[in-house]
Structure formats: C-alpha cells, structure tokens
Design a protein around this ligand. Structure first.
Ligand SMILES: NC(=O)c1ccc[n+]([C@@H]2O[C@H](COP(=O)([O-])OP(=O)(O)OC[C@H]3O[C@@H](n4cnc5c(N)ncnc54)[C@H](OP(=O)(O)O)[C@@H]3O)[C@@H](O)[C@H]2O)c1
Length: 263
C-alpha cells in the first residue's frame, strides 16, 4: 500500500483564500489594511470595519475594487466597543457576504502611561476596545460559523500580552485577556470545525508605533533578533495562513510575530 498523500488543490493552489469570506475589524490602516489587501490578493472576499477614518477606508475599498473587480470588498463603520454598532455591522456584513468563513479581530488602541499615573478612563478605553471589542464582534459572528461547522477566528493580541512591558499595564491586561479568550473559545467551538487562534505581534511599523521617540526605537531594535521593526505585511501573512485551510489543524495557539523580540 502506498503512503503517498494525494495533494489537495485547496491546500496547494496559488490562491489559498479562494472562496473564503472574511470580516476584519480595524481594516482602514496598519495591520488590518495589510490583511485586507493580502486576503483579497489570495482570493478572498472581505468586509472590513473602521472607526474614525472613513476616508482611508473608502480609499482602500476603491483600491481593492480596482485591483480585484471580481471580488467583493466593502468597508462599514464599526466602533467595536459599542455593542449596538457592532450588531448593525455584523448584520450588514453577513448580508453582504452571505456566509462567513473567517473573523479577524484586529481593531485596537494603546494608551501608554506608568501605572501610578494611569487615568481610569484610559484603562477603561483600552479594555473596552481591545477586549470588549473582541467580545462584541465574536459574539455576533461566531455562531454562523458554528452552525455551518466551519470557520476560523483570528485575534490580534501582542507580545506585550504574553510578556508584559513597563508603561503598558492596561494594554497588556487587554491583550493577555484576548489570549485567555482565544484559548477558552477554541475549546468551546473546536468540535464544530471552528478554529480560534491569536497572533502576538512585536513592534510593527504602523501609526501605533509612529510616535515612539527615536532613542526608544533604537533601544527596542537592540532587543529584536531581526534588528528591525516588522511590517504590517509580516503580520498579515501569518493571519492569512491561519485563515486558510492550510491551518485547519491549528487551534488555541498564540503565534508571536516579533522578529525574535526579547522583552
Ligand atoms: N503596531 C504594533 O506594533 C502592534 C504590536 C502588537 C499588536 N498590535 C495590535 O495590532 C492591531 C492593529 O494595530 P495597528 O498597529 O495596525 O494600529 P493602527 O495603525 O493604529 O490601526 C488601528 C486600526 O484599528 C481601528 N480602530 C481603533 N479603535 C477602534 C474602535 N474603537 N473600533 C473600531 N476600530 C477601531 C482603526 O480605525 P480608524 O482608522 O477608523 O481609526 C484602525 O483601522 C491592534 O489590535 C494592536 O493592538 C500592534
């Protein structure tokens, strides 16, 4: 008897996300925008959310509709910390896509300060957006995946949620919460064919890190094995892999994408 495994075209083709329907939160800029671009290039249809940046969202949609006229790309407002807004976003996204294969919970904010000086409002904003947002969006969108016995949820955490970082207690708490959520939900929905994983990026060149003072940037680079900050595309490649059937036997995991950053 031959041990050869017949190649599966869905796992070996050039468009690993062909036919997949994705929802991405915080798709207007940075890592989320890179996921939108790469997912469409890999064959997916995408609805993405934005918060305040309608202009950037519209521009990205126009770019995608021109590059991939045969695939849907739609941007919708979605303040993830607002359950009612998320309800409307999820309903509209499902109407547009018809069905959902992948949810990428990417929207997030930072409000850095030492814990002694941290304002309670900043703590609340970070927890409500980064962790509450994951609750709001996933609660609306995981059920359709469970019902169809197929799907993937990918949550964007951070190395700070794994290892901690001074000046980021609120952010670290929110991102560590996302990891706990990921592991617990993976155990609830795994038997229904839905995978749930997290990525934990290190320092990535986006608006979120653009304001760091140059001396801090140099200090941080010295801690990165790769010697550079990551690009949004570095993160998007792993997210799109987790969204594909190539990752169908991976669940409950946290993948660090940090160029070997040692915190
Ligand atoms: N950059 C890094 O070094 C790094 C490292 C680790 C983890 N991360 C995580 O990666 C994710 C993306 O970060 P990024 O660096 O790409 O950030 P970014 O460039 O600042 O983009 C943030 C995105 O999230 C959206 N957003 C912000 N608040 C929102 C809210 N309340 N509701 C809905 N959407 C909201 C923004 O929408 P608008 O454009 O409409 O405002 C934007 O699309 C975040 O979860 C972040 O914590 C980033």
């Amino acid at each position: 008897m031959s041990n050869a495994i017949a190649p599966d075209a869905r796992l070996t083709g050039d468009l690993p996300l062909a036919g997949k329907r994705l929802v991405v939160t915080g798709g207007s800029r940075g890592i989320g925008a890179a996921v939108v671009r790469l997912a469409l290039a890999q064959g997916a249809e995408v609805v993405f959310g934005y918060h305040s940046n309608a202009g950037a969202a519209r521009a990205l949609c126009a770019e995608m509709n021109e590059a991939h006229p045969d695939r849907q790309c739609l941007a919708l407002p979605a303040e993830v910390s607002d359950a009612a807004a998320v309800d409307g976003f999820a309903t509209a996204a499902l109407e547009c896509l018809g069905t959902l294969d992948v949810l990428v919970n990417n929207a997030g904010i930072v409000r850095d300060s030492s814990f002694a000086r941290m304002a309670r409002d900043d703590w609340d904003d970070v927890i409500e957006t980064n962790l509450g947002g994951v609750f709001n969006v996933t609660q609306q969108l995981v059920l359709p995946m469970v019902k169809q016995r197929r799907g993937a949820v990918i949550n964007v955490s951070s190395v700070v949620g794994v290892h901690g970082a001074a000046g980021q207690t609120g952010y670290a708490a929110s991102k560590a919460g996302v990891i706990g959520f990921t592991k617990a939900l993976s155990k609830e929905v795994g038997r229904y064919g839905v995978t749930v994983n997290a990525v934990a990026p290190g320092l990535i060149e986006t608006d979120m890190t653009a304001g760091l003072p140059q001396e801090r940037v140099e200090l941080m680079k010295a801690l990165i094995t790769a010697g550079r900050f990551g690009t949004p595309e570095d993160v998007a490649h792993t997210i799109c892999f987790l969204a594909s059937d190539r990752a169908r036997y991976i669940t409950g995991q946290v993948i660090e994408i940090s160029g070997g950053l040692v915190l």
